[in-house]
Design a protein. Structure first.
Ligand SMILES: NC(=O)c1ccc[n+]([C@@H]2O[C@H](COP(=O)([O-])OP(=O)(O)OC[C@H]3O[C@@H](n4cnc5c(N)ncnc54)[C@H](OP(=O)(O)O)[C@@H]3O)[C@@H](O)[C@H]2O)c1
Length: 379
């Protein structure tokens, strides 16, 4: 069985830039890009994550505390059974980190240092109990810590939602590796105009070029800055893998497919899940998931239905096929892995959805694992 479970957290990258695309200037003092209102917004985003990750140069230059500022948000985390602050994570190859930095001294959050290039041992000695130093192995290409391995290790430690706060090299690394699900970009209303100041990202091969645009899901004015929130292709892959993984839980039968479905809002939060025959012998995955959502839930209008198999357009056991249930629920976007083969019925779910104006995204790269769960039907 091919492993398809996303063994990484959902990754939100966040940055603020000047209108001419700079993250900072070269002055001694830290450049203030956001106002109070936006800092409070970021505080809310931090509070909703399990960990916050930065590059070592940001720790050296900005000395950030990386804590949730609002006492109410910290209390809400504690009430939900979480530590008051997300864990702090830093990446380094040089090992040049000062144990007196606020990263290590401010707050009681767990602190993780991912050390590449043979710096782990010296750092362990020097940082002592101030942090857990992890060596996940170096990427053979650039000798930096292998980012998928960093994410897999964070996942093993229970991190399900990670906030990547920069700086330039870290953002470039995560974005070019296709490891960002959601990108929050703030534009501040001024110019830096210094070609030697750090830009938002460096050169690289980004998964989203002009022909493969990110999905803009929100634009918001926050004080005098503008927030643009984008969803990236990685997010579709992330949730579709969850749907395929769910399909493995279906009670087996020779007369129907095993399918998993996940309904996700546009902030990367799960609304509901379902799998075939989960609550009754004839139920379909999408039907189970939708039965768990309040039809008046305002998130549905911008939600996506992820299904390991094409939603059905006709079924003997139920008057309303899943494609119609999705349309009736007001869901405007469906992502699926595998078109239904004509084994039991002739399915036209994709056409039915598209005729109703629903955007349908097919990810044939994941059809193999979705089919593999159903291999017994084709023996
Ligand atoms: N406006 C914003 O939203 C924002 C947010 C954050 C930062 N910033 C600004 O961004 C600038 C810093 O950006 P930057 O590109 O110079 O530095 P950075 O991305 O913060 O840190 C780069 C450093 O992180 C370490 N690193 C990155 N990827 C790694 C990997 N895969 N494995 C191991 N180590 C890795 C290396 O540390 P070593 O050098 O120790 O080997 C590398 O030199 C600062 O001016 C800061 O103020 C702006």
């Amino acid at each position: 069985m091919i492993g398809v479970v996303p063994e990484r957290p959902y990754v939100v990258a966040s940055a603020a830039q000047s209108v001419d695309g700079y993250l900072d200037d070269r002055a001694e003092a830290r450049l203030v890009l956001s106002g109070e209102a936006d800092l409070d917004r970021v505080d809310g985003v931090r509070a909703g994550c399990d960990a916050i990750l930065v590059g070592a140069h940001t720790v050296r230059r900005d000395d950030p505390r990386l804590l949730v500022r609002s006492p109410e948000r910290r209390q809400a985390r504690v009430a939900a059974g979480l530590p008051p602050n997300p864990a702090k994570v830093v990446l380094t190859r040089s090992g040049d980190l000062d144990p007196g930095a606020a990263f290590f001294t401010a707050g009681s959050a767990a602190r993780l240092v991912y050390a590449a290039g043979g710096s782990a041992e010296e750092l362990r000695t020097r940082l002592g109990s101030a942090a857990t130093v992890v060596d996940v192995g170096d990427d053979p290409g650039d000798g930096l810590a292998d980012l998928p391995a960093v994410l897999a290790d964070l996942h093993r430690r229970g991190v399900r939602r990670l906030l990547v706060e920069g700086g330039r090299r870290v953002l470039t690394g995560f974005l070019t590796a296709g490891l960002v699900d959601e990108f929050h970009l703030v534009v501040a209303p001024f110019f830096v105009g210094d070609p030697h100041a750090p830009r938002l990202v460096g050169p690289g091969d980004f998964p989203h070029g002009a022909d493969d645009r990110m999905r803009l899901v929100e634009v918001r004015q926050v004080g005098d800055v503008v927030l643009a929130r984008y969803l990236l292709a990685a997010a579709d892959d992330y949730w579709l893998r969850q749907a395929i993984d769910l399909s493995r839980a279906c009670p087996p039968t020779e007369s129907a497919y095993a399918v998993g479905a996940v309904v996700v809002d546009d902030t990367g939060h799960e609304i509901a899940t379902g799998y075939s025959r989960e609550t009754g012998p004839r139920e379909h995955a999408e039907e189970v998931a939708l039965s768990r959502v309040d039809p008046a839930d305002p998130r549905l209008a911008s939600a996506t239905m992820y299904s390991s198999l094409e939603p059905c357009s006709a079924r003997a056991s139920h008057p309303v096929p899943c494609a119609d249930l999705i349309i009736r629920a007001g869901i405007r976007r469906v992502v699926l892995a595998w078109r239904e083969p004509p084994l039991f019925v002739d399915c036209h779910g994709v056409e039915r959805l598209r005729d109703a104006g629903v955007e349908v995204v097919e990810r044939p790269e994941l059809a193999g694992p979705a089919r593999e769960v159903n291999a017994h039907l084709f023996d």
